[in-house]
Design a protein around this ligand. Structure first.
Ligand code: PMT
Length: 345
């Protein structure tokens, strides 16, 4: 079990909510004048644990506002699932393991930020990522000496560095872990976080590295039980488009915060245009573009003024297995400082 901060309760977002299958009390076609985002929240129920999370996040924000004065970054990480059944046997998923988010969270912590880590349950976590999903079994990091388990000396020095950083994050109460599994849980939690973080205005930073589903099956059409193969014959899935919440985040939910989104593409010819398109549409501060094939070695910062700045690991840094997030995060923090300065005038 992953050890958590003493104040933190563990939520399991991967369990289905039995009551919400084919809920006929929810209108399938909401009234016409609502925006797509409003329609979404009207026709989809909030996760039942949301009020408890609200309390935790309020306490976290209050603690740092009163005691440390730290800036707070909301890092989203990992992929969202799209369940096809309420008692979910089958779901649509994506590739993201949460490497970008978990690694970025560590560098934000090292640079003095408090971090709310909104992540896909069971994806990579800050610090434990070094050991949890490697090709080794975690037992390979241990050895037996005189009938006792010890850390294998080959890994001990490196582990000590990680352990110290982890302890520091925990003891300073600077890391809050919040899980999601499906896209509905993600959207509700993101909205809630944004509204709560309004309290610290421009000291809040949104770093949206999660790979959010673009299509989903509305709750009103979701079967309660596992789809039966005999009854279905061919399975034809009719998905709706997930509304683009980023504009709502920028305009209404977090109007004073700096917002950084990611743009993932697989075709390098369209990456920059897509990043610029996102800035035009959502009017936020920074898009970090990355290609699936090269995302661990290079990214591009695209700004509203049209400027593009590539960040690349050098050959020497690659040879040392350095994380590109070690270059990305200081650059993002520099822009956040400029944002705070500009906004405070
Ligand atoms: O986890 P790793 O394996 O390390 O991979 C990291 C990553 C490649 C997933 C990450 O670096 C990345 O690019 N994440 C964003 C991928 C993505 O979802 O891109 P998008 O084009 O679908 O969305 C762009 C932005 O719009 C996202 O920041 C998202 O928050 C936002 N969005 C998306 C869908 C939606 N319905 N509403 C949104 O607001």
């Amino acid at each position: 079990m992953t050890p958590r901060s003493p104040q933190q309760k563990t939520y399991h977002t991967s369990n289905p909510v039995a009551e919400t299958a084919i809920d006929r009390t929810i209108p399938d076609l909401p009234i016409a004048q609502l925006s797509d985002e409003d329609k979404y929240f009207r026709t989809h129920k909030a996760p039942p644990y949301l009020p408890e999370i609200e309390q935790q996040v309020n306490d976290f924000i209050e603690y740092h506002a009163s005691n440390t004065g730290k800036r707070i970054v909301l890092v989203t990480s990992g992929g969202t699932t799209v369940p096809l059944e309420n008692n979910t046997v089958r779901f649509i998923d994506n590739f993201s393991a949460g490497t970008r988010g978990a690694t970025s969270a560590e560098y934000f912590l090292e640079n003095g930020y408090a971090v709310i880590f909104l992540h896909r349950e069971f994806s990579l976590l800050p610090y434990s990522r070094h050991y949890s999903h490697t090709t080794n079994c975690f037992l390979d990091y241990m050895t037996e000496v005189n009938n006792k388990v010890e850390i294998n000396p080959d890994f001990a020095d490196e582990m000590l560095v990680v352990l110290r950083k982890y302890k520091e994050a925990k003891e300073s109460q600077s890391l809050l872990l919040l899980p999601f599994t499906n896209v509905n849980q993600y959207l509700y939690t993101l909205k809630l976080m944004a509204i709560l973080l309004q309290k610290i205005e421009n000291k809040a930073l949104f770093y949206l590295a999660a790979a959010v589903s673009d299509f989903f099956l509305p709750q009103s059409r979701m079967p309660h039980h596992k789809i039966q193969s005999q009854a279905a014959g061919k399975l034809i899935i009719d998905l709706e488009q997930v509304p683009k919440f980023l504009r709502r985040l920028v305009d209404n939910w977090a109007p004073s915060a700096m917002i950084v989104s990611f743009k993932l593409e697989t075709d390098h010819l369209i990456l920059i245009d897509k990043a610029k398109g996102a800035l035009d549409r959502y009017q936020h501060q920074l898009v970090i573009g990355n290609l699936l094939q090269t995302r661990k070695k290079e990214v591009v910062f695209v700004h509203p003024d049209g400027s593009e700045v590539w960040i690349r690991l050098t050959d020497e840094q690659k040879a040392k297995d350095m994380d590109i997030e070690g270059l990305i995060i200081p650059a993002v923090i520099k822009e956040h400082s400029q944002w705070i300065e500009k906004y405070s005038k």
